[in-house]
Design a protein around this ligand. Structure first.
Ligand code: NAD
Length: 531
């Protein structure tokens, strides 16, 4: 085992930053206040190598292959991760299938206790998990600590509560579902007389992305387990460590073997899961491109499928909004987690009359965004998750400039980026046309496209002019306008006077090319039961 508390990089001065974090050479009021880093000091043990978690044990992959997991902030190899092949996927699916009947028969209140224990252990090991998440993925420690880990625990707590209330949960919804889906009249009548009996789907193959690794694992596992399913979960290849730590937690709390299996690997491993005949449901979160491939592969089978895909979400600021508040919403909408957020507010629509003011205030606000060591508690913008993703973002920055938009960078271009690791300055484009690539495609980085509108009708038209439909933000002082606009936007989640707020009780998911199915809340449970 090796111990590493991550990169200990000296702080980086930001021109224009005020107060205690100001750099030398600033106004006399702030001069002499050198930046003082506040690095997270917790040490986290990381094994040199991680195997696959199948049937309650860590076992070497039949492929005998391992790949490196890298800290994107300093390019150091953190560990070697097993690469599961088709035979390994098969072993995991067999374990899940064998464990499923017993797990489903377990008294629901006992299932709840197991899920509750996961939540408690996540809370107890929260600091360790936060550090690990930040080291493996590059996100600021304040985000891992205050968002990812607490929300992951919340998902397990929330769904532990549902485990013994499924009959109640689907009383009327279940009846409607059987009416909608059941062609068998007798079954329909029986169901409506007896009430509905939701039963588990079976073995769930769950494939997740790298932007919220442990949180996405929680979104997938918690509802599936509450409904009596067993799982084979695959984290993304750049961020496997917290899912594997979750496997250790399962061992610690004597979770029944085989109920949760965690296998690691890249796209080929995911493909083997999708093609496995004994998987009853695929729950996928990731890119629209891969989502379409999975939809095709599942189309000729009786697998259930839910897809949580990409987005290009509009954030609309009306002239009657509180502009200072909206600026914070713009910043958290696009720069939270380096913009690696499916529902990022990456298209900003500003009422023409306040455009100059918004751009000026946003420019000012961005001078105080601190980019650097993700383990520093002062950091606002961490490292880009991988070299490949950084290259993708650079391609979009070039496309934006070559199509004629103007690039504005926060974290002044005079300030050097850290010499090692993958970094991108938070930035925004003005002079963006709806036809520009940067206005149409998901960039998945800290890049904002700013556009304007004259009337609410134009704002709605332009906001909906996208193949995606995941989320949207509306900023206005008027309640009636808020409800009117929200009703007309085609997006799964709409935030009013806020952005990027999540709760386990609140369903999340998209329309159009952002996928189908919901995660969280009662709606999320629906994808894990049959009637
Ligand atoms: P990705 O589609 O490349 O990969 C996602 C997962 O799928 C990874 O585990 C990957 O190994 C696996 N995979 C890759 N190819 C596969 C294949 N052919 N068959 C099966 N599995 C395969 O996406 P990413 O780059 O990891 O994640 C970013 C994307 O995820 C963005 O588009 C983002 O919007 C989306 N996302 C959506 C949500 C949501 O809830 N809607 C949440 C987070 C991320």
């Amino acid at each position: 085992m090796k111990e590493d508390s991550g990169p200990q990089r000296p702080g980086i001065a930001i021109p224009g930053r005020q107060g205690a974090n100001a750099s030398a050479g600033e106004s006399s009021a702030t001069a002499g206040w050198d930046y003082s880093p506040a690095p997270e000091t917790a040490k986290v043990a990381i094994a040199d190598r991680y195997d696959l978690f199948i049937n309650g044990k860590f076992i070497a992959p039949k492929t005998r292959k391992y790949f490196a997991s890298i800290n994107p902030a300093n390019e150091q190899v953190l560990s070697e991760i097993a690469e599961a092949g088709a035979a390994d996927v098969d072993a995991a699916v067999r374990a899940a299938k064998a464990a499923q009947p017993k797990w489903a028969r377990l008294k629901p209140s006992e299932r709840a206790k197991f899920i509750f224990r996961i939540a408690r252990r996540i809370q107890e090991r929260a600091r360790e998990l936060a550090v690990l998440e930040t080291m493996d993925g590059g996100k600021p420690i304040t985000e891992s600590r205050d968002v990812d880990i607490p929300l992951a625990a919340q998902h397990f707590f929330y769904h532990a509560g549902w485990a013994d209330k499924l009959q109640h949960a689907f009383g009327s919804a279940g009846e409607k579902a059987s009416r909608d889906h059941g062609r068998d009249k007798k079954r329909r009548i029986r169901n409506s007389k007896l009430g509905t009996s939701p039963s588990p789907v079976g073995v769930c193959g769950q494939i997740i992305p790298w932007n919220f690794p442990i949180l996405m694992a929680a979104w997938k596992l918690a509802p599936a387990l509450a409904c009596g399913n067993t799982c084979v979960l695959k984290p993304a290849e750049t961020t496997s460590l917290t899912a594997l730590r979750l496997a250790e937690i399962l061992q610690e709390i004597d979770f029944p073997p085989g109920v949760v299996n965690i296998i690691t690997g890249a796209g080929a491993t995911g493909q083997a899961m999708v093609n496995h005949p004994s998987i009853d449901k695929i729950a996928f979160t990731g890119s629209t491109e891969v989502g379409k491939l999975i939809a095709k592969a599942c189309a000729s089978t009786d697998k259930k499928l839910t897809l949580e895909l990409g987005g290009k979400s509009p954030n609309i600021i009306f002239e009657d909004a509180s502009i200072d508040q909206a600026i914070e919403g713009i910043v958290s909408g696009i720069y939270f987690n380096q913009g690696h957020v499916c529902c990022a507010g990456s298209r900003l629509f500003v009422a023409e009359s306040i455009l100059d003011e918004v751009i000026s205030k946003l420019t000012q606000r961005m001078t105080s965004l601190r980019l650097g060591d993700p383990l520093d508690k002062n950091t606002d913008v961490g490292a880009i998750n991988s070299k490949a993703q950084l290259a993708t973002i650079h391609r979009y920055l070039e496309a934006g400039t070559s199509e004629g938009a103007q690039l504005h960078e926060g974290y002044g271009s005079a300030t050097p980026l850290p010499s090692k690791g993958y970094w991108c300055r938070p930035c925004f484009f003005t002079g963006v046309q709806p036809s520009h690539i940067i206005a149409r495609e998901e960039i998945f980085g800290p890049v904002l496209a700013v556009m304007s509108f004259r009337t609410p009708e134009e704002a709605i038209l332009r906001a909906n002019n996208t193949p995606y439909g995941l989320a949207a933000g509306v900023w206005t002082h008027k309640g009636s306008k808020m409800f009117d606009i929200a009703r007309k936007l085609k997006a799964g989640v709409i935030w009013c006077n806020t952005f990027n707020k999540f709760d386990a009780a609140s369903p999340f998911g998209g329309f159009k090319e952002s996928g189908f199915g919901r995660e969280g809340g009662l709606h999320g449970l629906r994808g894990y039961v049959r009637f």
